[in-house]
Design a protein around this ligand. Structure first.
Ligand code: FMN
Length: 291
C-alpha cells in the first residue's frame, strides 16, 4: 500500500514537460529524459562525459609528481601531521591476527542500522581502526625513500582522506569528536562543544543512541588536485569506498556491524568540524555498533 501522503509525489501524469515554467512538477524520470537528450544540463553527466579527458596541465602535473618521487617525499613527512601531547589517546596494541575465516567475513557482512547498547572495548576500537585505515608491515623503497604500506589502496599513494570519529559509546573514551592518527594509532580530541548527534544523518532510521561510533571521511582537495586535476574526484570517491568497505569487513571480523551512509548532513558536519567547505569536504560516512 502506498502511503497517501506520498500520493502527490507519485503522480507522474500531471507533468507537461514541454512547459518550462512547470519546473515544480519535474521528477528525476523527466529530468533524466531531458539530460540524456542533451536539453537539460547535469553536472554528473558533464563529469562522466569528460572523465577521461586529459588536459596538458594534467600530464604535466602527473609527470612532475612521478618523476620527482613526490608521493614518497610527502608520505615520509606525514607522520609530522600527527599531534602527540598529553591529550592524545594512544590506543592499545591491536590484535596480532584477525582470527576469522575470510569467507565467513564476506558471508556475514551486512549493513545494520539499529544496535544493542554494548560498550565497545578500547582494544576493539584500536584493532578496527588499525586494520581498516592503518599501516601494514610492508615497506617499499622508492629511490631511497622508504614508505610503509597501508591496508587500503590509494590513487598515486597520496592518501588524501582523513578519518574523523564520533565516539559515542567506547570504553573510557569521553563521547565526542576525535581525529584518527594512523601513524601512531591514536585519537586526538577535537574539543567540539554542543554536538547534536541527531543532526548527523538525514535518515532517522540510524540508531545514533546505541551506536558505538560514527566515522566521517574528509577529503582535502589540494592533496590530490595538484597532481590529478579533475581526475581527483573520481579517484577520491573510489578510494573512500575502498576505505569504507575495508572498515565494514574489519568490523565484521571483530564481531561488530556497520553501515555505510551517504545520507549525512554535510553542512552541519563541516561546520561543527571547523572545515572550510571549500578545500575540505566530508564525502562519506559509516557507523558501527553491536547487533
Ligand atoms: C555508497 C553507499 C551509500 C549508502 N548510503 C546509505 C544511507 O544513506 N543510509 C542507509 O541506511 N544505508 C546506506 N547504505 C547501505 C545500503 O543501503 C546497503 O549496503 C544495501 O541496502 C545493501 O545491503 P547490505 O549492505 O546489507 O548488503 C549505503 C551503501 C553504499 C554502498
Amino acid at each position: 500500500m502506498i502511503d497517501y501522503k506520498l500520493k502527490g509525489m507519485l503522480n507522474a501524469h500531471t507533468v507537461v514537460s514541454g512547459d518550462y515554467t512547470n519546473s515544480s512538477n519535474k521528477d528525476n524520470t523527466h529530468i533524466f529524459g531531458q539530460v540524456i537528450s542533451g536539453t537539460e544540463s547535469s553536472e554528473m553527466m558533464n563529469y562522466l562525459l569528460n572523465m577521461n579527458k586529459q588536459r596538458i596541465s594534467d600530464f604535466k602535473s602527473m609527470m612532475i609528481y612521478n618523476e620527482s618521487n613526490r608521493a614518497a617525499i610527502i608520505n615520509q613527512a606525514r607522520v609530522m601531521e600527527e599531534v602527540i601531547d598529553e591529550r592524545t589517546i594512544i590506543l592499545p596494541n591491536p590484535v596480532k591476527k584477525l582470527k576469522v575465516n575470510f569467507s565467513e567475513i564476506l558471508q556475514n557482512r551486512r549493513s545494520i542500522r539499529s544496535f544493542t547498547k554494548l560498550i565497545m572495548d578500547k582494544g576493539d576500537l584500536s584493532s578496527i581502526l588499525h586494520y581498516a585505515f592503518g599501516f601494514q608491515k610492508r615497506k617499499t623503497n622508492f629511490d631511497g625513500i622508504v614508505n610503509r604500506g597501508r591496508f587500503y589502496s590509494s590513487g598515486g599513494g597520496l592518501y588524501p582522506i582523513d578519518v574523523y570519529i564520533y565516539c559515542n559509546y567506547v570504553d573510557t573514551i569521553y563521547p565526542g569528536f576525535y581525529k584518527y592518527q594512523p601513524y601512531s594509532n591514536s585519537l586526538y580530541p577535537l574539543d567540539i562543544n554542543r554536538v547534536e548527534k541527531t543532526n548527523f544523518f538525514i535518515d532517522n532510521m540510524i540508531d545514533i543512541e546505541n551506536m558505538n561510533l560514527a566515522l566521517f571521511f574528509e577529503y582535502t582537495i589540494d592533496k590530490t588536485y595538484l597532481k590529478y586535476g579533475e581526475l581527483s574526484l573520481l579517484n577520491v570517491l573510489v578510494e573512500t569506498g575502498i576505505m569504507s568497505h575495508n572498515f565494514d569487513l574489519v568490523c565484521t571480523a571483530m564481531g561488530y556491524r556497520s553501515c555505510p551512509i551517504a545520507g549525512y548532513d554535510k553542512n552541519y558536519l563541516e561546520q561543527i568540524l571547523n572545515l572550510d567547505s571549500v578545500n575540505e569536504h566530508i564525502i562519506f560516512s559509516n557507523i558501527c555498533g553491536r547487533e
